[in-house]
Design a protein around this ligand. Structure first.
Ligand code: 7PM
Length: 260
């Protein structure tokens, strides 16, 4: 899953793809490099980032979704928590919802049920404004599992088909380095849901906390973490550097699943 941020303030690509024209060029490159899904996001989830209106989010993402759709059949995922954005994005051609708030905003579950598209439910402790202040867990893997279980149950009870659900432990969302490391080591425990597991570690600050690298220096660490996640059973990797990440996760997957 290639990351296409259409925000003026995204932490790791500095809003490089903010104009629809630049976003389209970047989408084309990720498609050439082998992306299976393009994840289009118009709302920054950067810690402390300002909230934006539905209209502002739509102005950012709809032209980009339409432009990709006009020349490619690649599945487009919409990174949003707002029901109005989910609906407009799917109308414009998106075929998946990626919600870092796991459909907890008012009306979001109902909208996902109405749209009948795959949905990624991600764990986050606190909100984007506060999540990195002082994250705490007794057992982060158990906590994330419990949260995902609750959200899965809630969404299914509301009418979402189980086969449309993808889960994600939300690396970096209200987690310290030790929490992120424990989640990566225990990632296999999330396979108990028997749902596809999505992991996003690309350029994240956990790499900086281990190695002290700036955001544009985290490529090799990102690729290594992606490879570990696939080794642990992840089936979708959300990444900025598609070609390099794909090569790494393909060899990881092939070694993991090879017969002998
Ligand atoms: C600050 C912190 C800025 C985190 C940007 C980010 C994920 C996601 C993001 C993830 C899923 C980034 C993230 N991360 N969606 N959206 N899983 N499903 O690195 O880990 O782009 S935003």
């Amino acid at each position: 899953m290639g990351i296409l941020n259409v925000t003026p303030d995204s932490f790791s690509d500095g809003g490089d793809f903010f104009s629809p024209e630049k976003a389209l060029l970047h989408a084309r490159q990720m498609i050439r490099e082998g992306a299976a899904i393009i994840d289009v996001g118009g709302e920054s989830t950067r810690p402390g980032a300002a909230m934006i209106s539905v209209d502002e989010e739509l102005t950012r993402i709809i032209p980009v979704i339409e432009a990709i759709k006009a020349e490619s059949d690649i599945p487009i995922s919409i990174d949003t928590s707002k029901p109005g954005v989910m609906s407009a994005a799917v109308d414009a051609g998106a075929s998946m919802i990626n919600d870092v708030r796991a459909l907890q905003e008012a009306g979001a579950v109902e909208m996902a049920v109405a749209l009948q598209v795959p949905v990624c439910l991600m764990h986050m402790q606190g909100g984007p404004q506060t999540m990195q202040l002082e994250p705490q867990y007794d057992d982060v893997v158990l906590h994330v599992k419990g949260f995902l279980q609750q959200r899965i149950d809630h969404c299914i009870a509301a009418g979402l088909l189980r086969e449309l659900i993808v889960i994600d432990p939300g690396f970096g969302f209200g987690k310290t380095l030790a929490h992120n490391q424990a989640l990566l080591r225990g990632l296999g425990q999330l396979l108990q849901f028997e749902l596809p597991l999505l992991v996003g570690v690309s350029r994240k600050s956990m790499i900086a906390h281990m190695l002290g690298l700036k955001v544009d220096e985290r490529r090799y660490g990102s690729i290594s973490l992606a490879s570990i996640a696939v080794w642990q059973g992840a089936s979708i990797i959300r990444a900025h550097d598609v070609a390099a990440t794909l090569q790494a996760v393909q060899v990881s997957y092939m070694c993991r699943t090879a017969g002998n």
